[in-house]
Design a protein around this ligand. Structure first.
Ligand code: ZN
Length: 423
């Protein structure tokens, strides 16, 4: 296991322009994607007549600990208090969550005497499966609108931001957990050290923590630059994750590589002093793999920008050709990542007329910045576009299956990442 050679700096006394984890001022540009609006704010018809704020999407890598990071320009309560992302709208994500629940229940022997806490529990998409097995659960979710949906499903949910203060309060009430989990939340935490310390406090002495997050190695390998947006402050390799958890008295004892979100990691961790979870060979072997890829050397981070620019040019080639030929182009999906993709590539309504989404919250609203309108998915069958651009490319398989009917009028799909292809 990698040793911790970095000290921690708290958010309160964090120096501006310094590393979110180790506090070092030595940061280099990883990629500069220009300016973009907040990606989860979908303006309504009244709001599009007003201006929108754009923020820099300039990503750095720390020379000391290799954490890839973006500075925060807005406090989290502005970004996350009315979140438009409801996890339950993705069938594949629900299946993934149900399988996880079965696996963990068996591995840890969870039952009515256990306690499972999910941080950033969204609309209860995952905890519902534990609740169905009579395992007591608690969700923690700062976005009031999505937390409300969870509560209505019978999933107890605290509408709060997670950190040491809340963890200490729960531990003080004797509510430490056998299983603490956080899926796709670690990236969204501005005060990383306070959050990770809180996770440890919430664990019972023999409790298990699992965290899922997009794997930085896959982001680099597959040009997934559109997963960089203002809501994602940090981007993790296993190496940095192990260092961060170790700095907070935890150890990673297992890791799995998952296909979700373009290639994710699920790490399993416990308290450093807990001997009941021996270290699995998976950890050492993935750390070795990352080192071979160059995750601990600055050079490997510096070739990324060139690949990303080529991806932009390839997508513009496809869309400009379609436009010149007088073809109609619609989008499918309105994921957060479409904001980065479309703004970096300079794509507006003249290249993608509209998009559709299954989430009714977004119907009648617009994508941020470029104001591409969002409709109900039926719009595609009504207007029969020549091309459909799959904006959540990580769900490409599921979407191509659902939309097979576009073949009836000769419709084709455009998948923008890793490099634009027509299917
Ligand atoms: Zn650092």
């Amino acid at each position: 296991m990698a040793s911790t050679s970095v000290s921690i700096s708290g958010q309160q006394n964090r120096v501006k322009d310094s590393c979110r984890f180790c506090g070092s001022k030595a940061r280099r540009t990883f990629i500069d994607l220009g300016m973009s609006p907040l990606c989860e704010s979908f303006p309504g018809p009244d709001e599009i007549q007003r201006g929108e704020t754009y923020y820099p999407l300039h990503v750095y890598v720390c020379e000391k600990c290799f954490l890839v990071q973006l500075d925060e320009f807005e406090p989290p309560d502005k970004i996350f208090s009315q979140y438009a992302y409801f996890s339950s709208y993705s069938d594949s994500w629900l299946k993934h969550s149900e399988a996880y629940c079965g696996k963990m229940t068996e591995a840890l022997g969870l039952g009515p005497q256990s306690f499972v806490v999910e941080v950033a529990s969204n609309d209860g998409y995952l905890l519902q499966y534990f609740a169905q097995r009579n395992i007591p659960v608690l969700g923690i979710e700062p976005a009031a609108n999505v937390a409300k949906v969870a509560t209505s499903k019978g999933i107890p949910t605290l509408v709060e931001f997670f950190g040491t203060a809340l963890a200490e309060k729960l531990a003080g009430e004797g509510r430490q957990a056998d299983l603490v989990l956080g899926n796709n939340v670690l990236a969204q935490v501005p005060d990383l050290n306070d959050f990770v310390e809180g996770l440890k406090i919430l664990l019972k002495p023999d409790g298990v923590l699992t965290l899922e997050f997009p794997h930085l190695s896959r982001l680099i390998e597959h040009n997934e630059f559109d997963t960089i947006y203002h809501e994602h402050f940090s981007y993790f390799s296993l190496l940095t994750t192990v260092r961060i958890l170790e700095a907070h008295g935890m150890k990673v004892f297992d890791v799995e590589q998952l296909a979700s979100h373009g290639g994710s990691l699920r790490v399993y961790a416990c308290r450093a002093e807990d001997a009941t979870h021996p270290s699995q060979p998976s950890v050492r072997s993935l750390l070795d793999e990352e080192r071979k890829e160059g995750i601990a050397s600055l050079e490997s981070y510096q070739s990324f920008a060139k690949k990303v620019r080529e991806t932009k040019l390839a997508l513009l080639d496809v869309l400009l050709t379609a436009a010149r030929e007088g073809k109609t182009v619609a989008g499918y999906g309105a994921p957060g990542k479409s904001a980065t993709l479309l703004h970096y590539c300079g794509i507006t309504r003249d290249l993608i007329e509209y998009t559709v989404d299954r989430n009714p919250y977004k119907h009648g609203r617009f994508l941020p910045g470029n104001h591409i309108p969002i409709y109900h998915p039926d719009k595609i069958a009504e207007t029969k576009p020549d091309y459909v651009v799959i904006l959540p490319w990580n769900l490409k398989k599921e979407i191509v299956e659902q939309l097979q009917y576009i073949r009836e009028w000769g419709g084709k799909f455009i998948v923008p990442i890793p490099k634009a292809v027509i299917l």
